[in-house]
Ligand binder design. Structure first.
Ligand SMILES: C[S@@+](CC[C@H](N)C(=O)[O-])C[C@H]1O[C@@H](n2cnc3c(N)ncnc32)[C@H](O)[C@@H]1O
Length: 280
């Protein structure tokens, strides 16, 4: 079953402010590549699937002259975010409870568009919409950020193991998954072979994360890791070009070279910054 609005209301996701998904970082990546991005202090920013606003609220707080917008379809997430905005007394941020699919021309253009932790877990229709929002709502020299799970490193084996385990017991699946992770983490603790050690490190990492993260990361029916070059083919179809990675700004903006590095490093996640074709 795909995760919908109700799933998130029932098991709210734990969100955080992310330094790599902030306008300052995106502007830095763009500047390093030779582009002149919009001034950060007074920028207009949109965060898609903003959860409870933890990230975009931090933006609004740090950049009091910026105009910040966050969109998420979970009523619970948006209500939590609005409470925090009120407590902080912020006037430069709006959180809207709505489906990304409903974003239209009334939103206008944004200097920075951020979509973290969403692209890999939604239908192809929503994926297309995210790219079309970047094409149609990004200012001429603006920067868009989209993160996604990448091959070859994304943990397909862990996902399939979990799906197999809960196939016959969907009722208590969150508890089942936590138990499974704990059991396998212990079972691989003394592994001597390279695969066992590799698996243990991953299991140990996820074993310490909240149930809502495990659930969202692995159990959503929609979950499509893809190669970086495949993501870029999709982005280029919308007239968007690769600027750099928000987490590894020292990397190149050459898609082929970056793809080869992903093979070498078994990369599992990317934080891709995009701009309009010929903006650099
Ligand atoms: C895994 S959370 C990620 C949240 C946040 N961006 C982060 O990375 O911490 C996914 C979020 O996307 C929201 N979401 C999923 N599909 C959506 C859609 N079609 N429209 C709006 N929000 C959506 C969920 O409500 C949830 O808050």
């Amino acid at each position: 079953m795909p995760l919908d609005q109700t799933s998130y209301d029932e098991l709210p996701y734990t969100c955080n402010a992310m330094p790599y998904a902030q306008p300052e970082r995106l502007a830095t990546v763009a500047t390093l590549i030779g582009m002149t991005p919009p001034p950060v202090q007074s920028c207009r920013v949109l965060e898609l699937a903003c959860c409870d606003g933890s990230n975009i609220i931090a933006t609004a707080h740090n950049l009091p002259e910026a105009e910040c917008w966050g969109v998420d379809f979970s009523a619970q997430h948006i209500a939590n975010g609005r409470k925090l905005i009120k407590a902080l007394g912020l006037q430069n941020i709006t959180l809207k409870q709505m489906n990304i699919l409903e974003i239209d021309d009334r939103f206008g253009t944004f200097d920075y568009i951020i979509a973290h932790g969403i692209y890999s877990w939604v239908s192809s229709q929503v994926q297309e919409k995210i790219l079309s929002i970047c094409k149609n709502h990004l200012a001429t020299n603006g920067v868009a950020y989209i993160s996604y799970n990448t091959k070859p490193g994304w943990r397909t084996t862990l996902r399939e193991m979990m799906l197999y385990h809960i196939a016959n017991d969907s009722a208590g699946r969150t508890i089942q998954l936590k138990k499974l992770l704990k059991f396998f983490t212990q079972a691989t603790a003394d592994a001597k072979d390279s695969y066992g050690r590799f698996l243990h490190e991953d299991l140990n990492h996820f074993n310490q994360l909240p149930a809502s993260f495990i659930f969202e990361e692995f159990i959503d029916e929609e979950n499509e890791p893809l190669y970086f070059y495949q993501f870029m083919e999709r982005a280029q179809a919308y007239g968007l070009e690769y600027l750099g990675d928000a987490l590894f700004p020292g990397a190149t903006n050459d898609v082929h070279q970056e793809q080869m590095m992903d093979f070498l490093h078994n990369r599992h996640f990317r934080h891709t910054c995009l701009c309009h074709h010929r903006a650099v």
